[in-house]
Design a protein. Structure first.
Length: 176
């Protein structure tokens, strides 16, 4: 199930597409975009996602994503770890909303984990710091705050999710 994934859609575009597609089909198709593909896996029963920051064979920082323990994605070389973190947080936030809006699963059953490989010490310290900050409290990141704002700006897209629900989306932290 290894995929080459990218990050190209804005959160607003992604959220609108995900809601529309799920309402129409009851599933989400993989589109080669990190957040969309993780959400597609979620609608197919995957409940545990892990993002691992590591030093790639090239010596540069890289990220691998695992779904239910199996490697799920090989990310484009041009995608920075910071961009991957943003996409992962978009998927995490949207997954929480989807669980609440469509009853796909209990939101508490979703597990989004972040891991730093042992060889990550060679990665520039700011990248590791950003990663660890996003892992420890995603709700303090710019990406998470942006997701919340977009969802609040588009309450009319939801039937079951309201402002209280959106403010109540707090990361279920399971730190690896």
């Amino acid at each position: 199930m290894m995929k080459k994934m990218t990050a190209r859609a804005t959160f607003e575009e992604m959220l609108r597409t995900v809601i529309r597609e799920y309402r129409q089909t009851g599933m989400l198709s993989a589109k080669g975009l990190i957040a969309n593909d993780l959400l597609s896996a979620m609608t197919r029963g995957v409940r545990t996602f892990t993002m691992k920051l590591m030093k790639e064979e090239t010596g540069v920082p890289g990220v691998r994503i695992y779904a239910d323990g199996m490697e799920y994605s090989a990310l484009e070389d041009s995608l920075s770890p910071r961009a991957v973190i943003t996409e992962y947080l978009k998927a995490w936030f949207t997954g929480e909303l989807m669980a609440r809006e469509f009853g796909i699963c209990d939101a508490n059953d979703l597990c989004f984990c972040m891991d730093v490989a042992e060889d990550a010490v060679v990665i520039p310290s700011q990248v590791v710091s950003d990663y660890v900050m996003a892992r420890e409290n995603p709700s303090n990141t710019t990406a998470w705050k942006h997701c919340r704002k977009v969802a609040l700006d588009h309450l009319d897209w939801f039937d079951c999710v309201d402002a209280i629900t959106i403010y109540g989306v707090l990361p279920n932290l399971k730190i690896a």
